[in-house]
Write a protein that binds this ligand. Structure first.
Ligand code: ASP
Length: 308
């Protein structure tokens, strides 16, 4: 078992403790100076093999897992779902068992069906890391978002974080809410009623704002989400323009609370949920989230695979 973590998988935030989250943050902080440069490759995962199996599109998450593994000297194999025997009808289960039989240490998996990493855990002995399952969990995104706030504020306890936008279809929202609540933050959601879960207060333990101005005045942080159209039934929002008018984060919105900090997991749809002036402005942490994602994934890999 990996030192410091009770499991050798990372499937969801729901399976971590507050102490484990802090352990990952401290390890990520130690790796931060190494995450930008290939010149100082650390030996921590030498001799380990990490397979990236992304069955859904990804830019940031896939590249940052790959960089993280390489920075720690692991061998990395990127499995191309479209070019594999899956296209010949092989099942997901046979595919991952074949991969495991080749002697891998970790499988980083993204899949459009919620729950796939939990299903695989029952059959595979290698470490499984969930890189996003349907609209369910995206634990390393929540860890890097939390880490970004922890670095800036020095704490998560007592912070007021409002998640704005399409919360209903977002795995980022679910994992963030779990991590922030576990860490003692106050969490709210804000968006059109059609994009918020029913009974969010009771079921998720969050505050609900229907009005963006009230949410912005309340919050220390806005975590802004994209409309997840690939998972959305049609008709939940009238149009992107109308969504932007009521819930888009613009320079004027920031004037309601000039201290408010802005996060976004990417990819951003500019002009819909966020304008470039705010994304690139003084309140934004979006640029820092990217290297923090590499450092967090280095920390997760090394803690799960016993390096460092
Ligand atoms: N990149 C994040 C995810 O994979 C957020 C998004 O796609 O909007 O869930």
């Amino acid at each position: 078992m990996a030192p410091g973590l009770r499991q050798h998988h990372l499937l969801g935030i729901s399976e971590l403790t507050r102490e484990e989250i802090e352990l990952i943050f401290h390890r990520a902080e130690a790796y931060l100076p190494y995450c930008r440069s290939a010149q100082h490759r650390l030996p921590d995962l030498r001799g380990k093999t990490v397979v990236l199996a992304f069955f859904e599109p990804s830019t940031r998450t896939r590249v940052s897992f790959e960089l993280a593994a390489r920075r720690l000297s692991a061998d990395v194999v990127s499995f191309q779902a479209a070019a594999s025997s899956l296209a010949k009808g092989e099942s997901l289960f046979d595919t991952v068992q074949t991969l495991e039989a080749m002697g891998i240490d970790a499988l980083v998996i993204r899949h459009r069906a919620s729950g796939v990493p939990w299903l695989l855990r029952r059959f595979l002995a290698c470490s499984i890391i969930n890189a996003g399952d349907g609209q369910h969990e995206h634990p390393t995104q929540a860890l890097l978002d939390g880490f970004t706030l922890w670095k800036y504020f020095g704490r998560l306890q007592g912070l007021r974080v409002c998640i704005v936008g399409d919360v209903l279809h977002s795995r980022v929202a679910r994992s963030n809410i779990a991590l922030l609540r576990l860490s003692g933050a106050e969490v709210a959601v804000c968006g059109p009623a059609t994009l918020l879960p029913q009974n969010a207060e009771q079921v998720w333990g969050v505050r609900v704002f229907w009005n963006l101005r009230e949410a912005v005045k309340w919050a220390d942080v806005l975590n802004v989400l994209r409309l997840q159209r690939e998972r959305m039934e049609s008709g939940l929002v009238a149009s992107s323009e109308e969504y932007h008018r009521f819930f888009g984060i613009t320079e004027q919105v920031v004037t309601w609370n000039p201290a408010v900090r802005i996060l976004h997991p990417g990819p951003v749809n500019y002009g819909v949920e966020l304008v470039p002036e705010v994304a690139l402005g003084a309140n934004s942490h979006i640029r820092q989230q990217v290297p923090h994602g590499v450092a967090i994934r280095m920390a997760v890999l090394s803690l799960l695979l016993g390096g460092g």
